[in-house]
Ligand binder design. Sequence first.
Ligand code: DX5
Ligand code: ZN
Length: 226
Amino acid sequence: MTVQIAPSILSADFAALGDAIAAAERGGADLIHVDVMDGHFVPNITIGPPVVTSLKRIAKVPLDVHLMIEEPDRYLEAFAEAGASMLSVHVEVLPHLHRTVHAIQALGVKAGVVINPATPVASLSEIAGDVDYVLVMSVNPGFGGQTFIARSESKVRDVRALLARAGNAAPVEIDGGIDQRNVGRVVAAGASIIVAGSAIFHTADPERATRELKAAALGATPTVPR
Ligand code: DX5
Ligand code: ZN
């Protein structure tokens, strides 16, 4: 069974992102998770396409770009050109989600759909057959270092089941409050892309933290078919 670790550089030192990415990669990171925030959809502001372009030059693993922005359609092309291998968009901001998912795929990028903690899994029912992955937010987006919302575990199970019904083997990604203690539970529930920010970059040794989180994730046994 494959589990991928996607360290989120949101919790890294923004003046030394190259070092952060290199450490995560030495620790076995499979992806680098990049959080894009606009100060509208979420209260925080982070980075845009020029930074992704620079990260792409130094990253050895694919960039998983999480768009927490209003009107993401306006920026899909720019992030694709900047080097995103995966682009995820929130259902909460998209009245024409089907169009957006296919626009991402037409750019040659994997399309992910994200649901916030208060957004029902059922909001994905008509798009489940089309997506390349689903991202379940296990905190309210905007900041690193928040506490994992326990209910997210059953949401992962429900998303897994929904994808199975749609005949889609796409992975479920989880993002927010993931650490050594809870990673086994979310993997057992069916998550196979694990985002972690503070559990990796708010430690003295991000390389080691990545390695240990990955070992904990790989040691967990899924209890649902994937
Ligand atoms: C939150 C971001 C997350 C964040 C996770 O809005 O989407 O990717 O970096 O950070 P932790 O792992 O600290 O909750
Ligand atoms: Zn994220």
